[in-house]
Design a protein around this ligand. Sequence first.
Ligand code: ARG
Length: 608
Amino acid sequence: MAGDDENYPGSVKHQVSKLFEKSLEAIAPAIPAPPESDVAAFVVPLVLACSSGKNGDYQCNNALLICSKLNGDNALRLALAQDMMQNFPDSEMIESCSVGGNGYVNVVLSNNWIAKTIMKMLVEGIETWAPRLEINRAVVDFPSPNIAKELHVGHLRTCIIGDAIARLLEFSNVEVLRRNHVGDWGTQFGMLLELIFEENPNWDVEGQLALHDLAALYKKANARFKEDSDFKERAQKSVVRLQGGEVKYVKAWETIREISRGAFNELFHRLGVQSEEMGESFYGKYIPEVLEALSDQVKDDDGTRVIFSENLLGKGGKPLCLIVVKSDGGYSYDTTDLAALWYRVNQEKADWIIYVTDVGQKGHFQMVFEAAERAGWLPSAAGNDSCCPKAIHVGFGLVQAEDGKRLRTRDSEVPRLVDLLDEAKNCSRVKILELNKEKKSSDQLSEEELDEIAEKLGCAAIKYADLKNNISSNYKFSFNKMTNSVGNTALFLVKQYTRARSIIKGSDKDIRKLKETGEMVLKDSSERDLGLHLIRFTEILAEALSGFKLHVICDYLYQLASKFHIFYTENKVCGSTEETSRLLLCEATIVVMKQCFDLLGIESPARI
Ligand code: ARG
């Protein structure tokens, strides 16, 4: 993470660390270093935001570290901390610096500086608070469903998480290539085409089949493939004819893709998710070249060409492997991923390549990355070569029912994505109608507004309920909980956001003018608390970026909404003597909340 050029101060935590670095450098010469210790490490500041805020806003823990390295006692620890405090440079950022009984050095930020920092952002834009990454281009591989099947609950997470990761990187000034690596190549198409031609020899489906029918055909073809060896053989030949470019096959395959694409796009649009289709078939033409480049790794395993893993073992202790050429001569999912990775590194010149799938594919990606490291496309994971490019698998957990079992419909099918979105919309509509009852008749929502708001809130509820969890954990899906208007839900956040907007609207003040001429003064403790939380935005995003911890943004957003709620319940805004300052604080909350919503892919309705 960069933060050192003159025009980019970096996060508040970074700026506080810079001050502590000065104080540590000043005391370093007097520290007796034991021979095996690296004194340079002593002066790398260990700064944390204080969780309670009782002793300060940030704390530095180096006295504890140095003392333990020197095997010192409590007195030494306190003496070191005192020294650090005395050598702490003057700064307009800091109100006070003190030593806690345990040897922490605490600093309190100046209220004026907090207010000034917020005002600067209001004038110059939230982009000035964006973290900066030292990479130029990233590929995010999502949602990558398989053609001819319907999107189901499993695709929800790759859509939501992949989109949020892409948004976070884009906001951090990275060029993102969103790649929808659809499964559009392989045995399954042989089966499908074979069945379609069998049932209708002059098949031309354009406009005749919806994706739902395709999915039914797919199931039927799959069953036939398993039971009927004659069909299986014909299906395998079909793939060869398709991959060999036979017109009838290619045309039918194109039509299937077109039907799937139309249905997928409808749902992606509803979810507000964009990703460019570059499916498995796109990489077909690169496979021979890629296999050539990997030839020294490819081994024969009973008629199949494979690349063995050096790290992953299967049953009986035999190394796991990627199948690169199947016994029938066809290529596999693994082969395509090797070619796609090669293309992303060498042709697209991506610095980071991020794959978003369920955790079940962890081993697959580990083996693909291993092979790519041995081929020299990726830096070796073992070495400390931090240079790009870097390939990362972000594996997500299962979506479970409330009883902890797999989510199923009443007919024990995997729920379709479209049904989940519809149900979330219905539940949101019920909640909004409840809120609507409390309003004056002139403020009631029209049927059209209600529909639009319910759609947005339904999506927001589903996305937020997903993103607030640790990505790799399973989470329990509950329409009722996720659409609640209180607690850590999208509706609670949206309520605070629209509240802030209506306070500004109700004031009849021109907020743009206030930004330029008004002053912010943080007096009341709830004002300060909110202000301090606002300026922590950059360091929260930096934390979220390391390991793609999207729940960190959600936690921040929930705390922001809660602090805003306390602020306006405790303080009168319109008509008070502090009106200007408080309106500016409302505006800053709106800007930061809106940016968090944008990062999470949540669209808030203008009112509810
Ligand atoms: N189509 C795969 C599936 O549905 C996911 C593909 C993920 N991306 C990749 N490059 N392998 O499981």
